[in-house]
Design a binder for this molecule. Structure first.
Ligand code: AMP
Length: 284
């Protein structure tokens, strides 16, 4: 497995693969890998001839009071996992390589960035859209794989690819969960054992919400109130939001008339967990 640290070397490698007619898959990550990340890697290994995994904790997508400094990192462990999985290259640029001191160009995807997590993490999706654009121009993939775990992020990236005519295919793979339903996340390790145990309530609430929709409830407010009550009973966290939004535009809805995403963000001590589930009224 190749370890590549500079944009120029990455582009050179990708140019060589492209000249040889090989299809390149990219899996962007912030490292501290778990089975969720590895499921995206497996998807790329199957669909592409060469798979590049990027590991870059992107400062641009963290707010000043967020957890950039304590975000879990373990590069050697990640490299071992990826090499055993059969990944061709890991792209791991230094922050100064990606963002020189006079860096001043940003990518902003309007509308889709404004709902759900948008108001709670100002600048987050601008940071995501900017780093992903840079990863695309460095790695030049034919295919990029993202997780449904970050539903809004995937929607933002799909729109970015369409709006800027980027010549690659975006694939969104399902959320991988722990046995009790908690979505795998690099941040789960920051939970105390008691918080970790109670965090299963988030997925319980999401599945409750989906069942209510499938059984005919159309009033989003009622479903959200039930989900909120379930989470508040189970854990002592602070709920950023629980929302039901159109699956395509991410606009929050009061009345459910088509496919929706039920999404939530909850803070347990210092750890902000997000999760979502897609639901559709019967027959839609
Ligand atoms: P991150 O390292 O958190 O930036 O995530 C990198 C990629 O892995 C993103 O596309 C995430 O949506 C995806 N991902 C994170 N957690 C999961 C999970 N539990 N299941 C599937 N994909 C995931």
């Amino acid at each position: 497995m190749k370890r590549i640290h500079t944009i120029a070397k990455m582009q050179h490698q990708s140019d060589a693969w492209r000249s040889a007619g090989l299809c390149i898959g990219l899996v962007p990550t912030m490292g501290f890998l778990h089975e969720g990340h590895l499921s995206l890697v497996d998807h790329s290994l199957k669909a592409a001839d060469r798979t590049v995994v990027s590991i870059f904790v992107n400062p641009l997508q963290f707010g000043p009071k967020e957890d950039f400094a304590i975000y879990p990192r373990d590069l050697e462990r990640d490299l071992n996992l990826l090499s055993r999985r059969g990944v061709d290259a890991v792209f791991h640029p230094a922050t100064a390589e990606f963002y020189p001191a006079d860096f001043s160009t940003f990518v902003e995807v309007e509308k889709l960035s404004k709902s759900l997590c948008g108001p709670f993490r100002p600048g987050h999706f601008r940071g995501v859209a900017t780093v992903v654009t840079k990863l695309f121009t460095a790695v030049k993939p034919h295919l990029a794989v993202f997780g449904q775990k970050d539903y809004q992020q995937a929607a933002v990236i799909r729109r970015l690819v369409r709006d800027l005519n980027l010549d690659l295919r975006v694939v969104v793979a399902p959320t991988v969960r722990e046995a009790d339903g908690l979505a795998m996340s690099s941040r789960n390790i920051l939970l105390s054992p008691a918080e970790r145990q109670r965090a299963a309530a988030l997925y319980e609430a999401l599945t409750m919400g989906r069942k209510r929709i499938e059984r005919g409830e159309r009033d989003a407010g009622r479903i959200i109130a039930e989900m909120r009550a379930h989470i508040e009973r189970a854990l002592d966290g602070s709920i950023d939001y629980i929302a039901i939004a159109r699956a395509d535009t991410l606009e929050e809805v009061a009345h459910i008339a088509g496919p929706v995403v039920i999404a939530l963000a909850v803070r347990l001590s210092n750890v902000r967990l997000i999760d979502n589930i897609v639901a559709a009224p019967c027959g839609r």
